[in-house]
Ligand binder design. Sequence first.
Ligand SMILES: [Zn+2]
Length: 260
Amino acid sequence: MIDTHCHLTYDPLFEKVEQVVQRAGAAGVDRMICVGTTPVDSQKAFALTQRFKQVFSTVGIHPHYADQCSDRDELEQLIHFLGQQPRVVAIGEMGLDQHYPKPPLDVQVQLFQWQLEIAAPLDLPIVIHNRETTDPVLAMLRESKIDPARFVFHCFTGTIEELEKILAFGAKVSFTGITTFKSAPHLAKAAVMVPDDRIMVETDSPFLTPAPHRKVRPNEPRYVTFVADFIAEQRGMTAQAFEALTDRNAEQFFTKLVLV
Ligand SMILES: [Zn+2]
């Protein structure tokens, strides 16, 4: 199956990336999308796609690193260059995050705005990071006039009310291991509310190992099956049927996953 969002370039995974990719394969996870979070990280993620046929990547700047990118032209060149590579399947992750005070929101908004402008004419899906910022993020997405079906809200951790707004907008929604935590029963409920054709799963590894392996650090793409199996049970589906469904959704959304 497919892990639609991981960070193989981050320290605890990168140093043993060969084993991580191999262990994923042994667990049936044959494709994974390594999501870029800075200009350097996006290049590093792209380099992994050249090493492993199982790895695909994205290009984008995470709001946490919004202060690491102040040149719009450079950003545009990077996104255009990487975006046309056959194994770079999306733009992002980009968005807003008010969980931490830094970088300041106006810096995050500026960078998010640039990335939406650059992404708009490109024929690629867009990975959205949103933490405690659903209203301003949705306002910016609406303003961009980009087709709502091109967006996935990754690692959904919001309230039911926020989920309803995202679904009404028309975006896809992706769930991580947090959904399996006993401390987050509303996420289990949220994972049942998303229509069949708009749900995806991911690890966001090295973070957020799902139950029953919560204590295992770091998380790895191989554990995405536990996210899928948990949600399958909530939705009253067999694990096999749900995994087939989320893989199909991932292939239809990240269309380049099937080109190579
Ligand atoms: Zn991420």
